[in-house]
Design a protein around this ligand. Structure first.
Ligand SMILES: *Cc1c(COP(=O)(O)O)cnc(C)c1O
Length: 355
């Protein structure tokens, strides 16, 4: 089965085999070598200086890393402005509410791009705001939000930026030279590892005034212990094996730029093949990530018919979320997917649409 859902991804044989390595005690030096390699390699993807930045690993899915980041990086007396244009932006607001973090919202319809003028007005209006949180790639619709433009607003207003890069880290450009204080992601999206290992990349200077609101996901403690080649709890050792192997493969395949080019080619191949069948992409390429594209359901075919017909041919596609499920479907090209796979996918669509 080939997974075209936005994570977990189809594994390469090399990453799958890495799961079969020797059993490790997480209190032995072999485990800390693995942890160190994963942390170094994560910083290397965007050439981040380990003196200024730290990669903090944790056991859980992408949401664990998001929760850890939000709970820590807004200081006790801080206030968060959350930019919402999809399911994942709404999740940040739920986390802020859960931890009783002071916050304000700039809400958009799920089909809209973040409105820079509204974000700037919200910052101008409320000087208590210290941080902005935004999703980089809003996986709800496949839209790549304009991170650089939002970062420039943050720089002009003197506030810090926290970014959910769960479905973009390792495949899209991320400029860490502005006001980003932290980003969060997971092993099993663009990095091609298995579910169970997630991480936050944080600016060390910002961690010094971070808050401690959660026990298990406490970013400050995780960072401190990992710097000492230690760990507070039992990590998902096998997921770390797979993450390290996936990071080696990622580097050998040209780092984030290599992965970006590979995804862009597969996404364009899928778009062109579906367009020839009258199936329209939701956004033009320049508003989309290369990671995932949303398409309008063709007339006369339900999502269930498409999904089940393609699954019988060995492909798992993904529904639209919430109210979009009757209008859209999504195809991610993350994971060990080839051009030949996309050709077979388009053949499958042809058989289902042209009945
Ligand atoms: C997948 C995803 C998440 C986290 O999902 P998990 O199921 O917890 O791994 C968070 N944000 C975005 C943008 C995502 O695409």
């Amino acid at each position: 089965m080939l997974l075209l859902n936005p994570g977990p991804v189809t594994l390469s044989e090399r990453v799958r085999r890495s799961l079969l390595q020797t059993d490790l005690c997480h209190r032995e030096s072999e485990f800390f070598d693995l942890q160190d390699e994963a942390r170094d390699r994560l910083l290397n993807i965007y050439a981040l200086d380990p003196a200024a930045w730290t990669a903090v690993l944790m056991t859980g899915s992408g949401t664990a890393a998001l929760e850890s980041m939000i709970a820590a990086m807004v200081p006790a007396n801080g206030k968060l402005l959350i930019v919402q244009n999809g399911v994942y932006g709404e999740r940040i607001a739920q986390i802020a509410a859960q931890y009783q973090i002071a916050h304000a919202l700039v809400k958009h319809d799920w089909m809209e791009a973040p409105d820079l003028a509204r974000i700037d007005a919200a910052l101008a209006e409320d000087p208590a705001i210290t941080h902005v949180a935004v999703i980089h790639h809003e996986t709800t619709t496949g839209r790549l939000n304009d991170l650089s433009a939002i970062d420039r607003l943050c720089q002009a207003r003197g506030v810090r930026l926290l970014v959910d890069t769960v479905s973009s880290f390792g495949a899209e450009a991320i400029d860490f030279s502005g006001n980003i204080d932290a980003v969060c992601s997971t092993a099993n999206k663009c990095l091609h590892g298995v579910p169970g290992a997630a991480f936050v990349i944080a600016r060390r200077a910002a961690l010094t005034h971070a808050a401690t609101r959660t026990y298990y996901l406490d970013l400050v403690r995780l960072a401190k212990l990992q710097d000492q080649r230690n760990t507070p709890f039992t990590p998902s050792v096998h997921a770390y094996y797979a993450l390290v192997e996936a990071l080696r493969e990622h580097q050998e395949e040209g780092g984030w730029k290599g992965r970006h080019q590979r995804y862009a080619a597969l996404a364009e191949q899928a778009r062109a093949g579906l367009a020839a069948l009258g199936i329209e992409a939701l956004w033009p390429a320049e508003q989309s990530s290369v990671v995932l594209r949303a398409y309008r359901l063709p007339n006369g075919v339900t999502y269930e018919q498409l999904h089940d017909g393609l699954k019988a041919r060995g492909f798992v596609i993904y529904a639209g979320q919430g109210g979009l499920s009757s209008q859209l479907f999504r195809i991610s090209t993350m994971g060990a997917i080839t051009a030949a796979d996309i050709d077979r996918l388009i053949e499958g669509f042809k058989a289902l649409v042209q009945r």
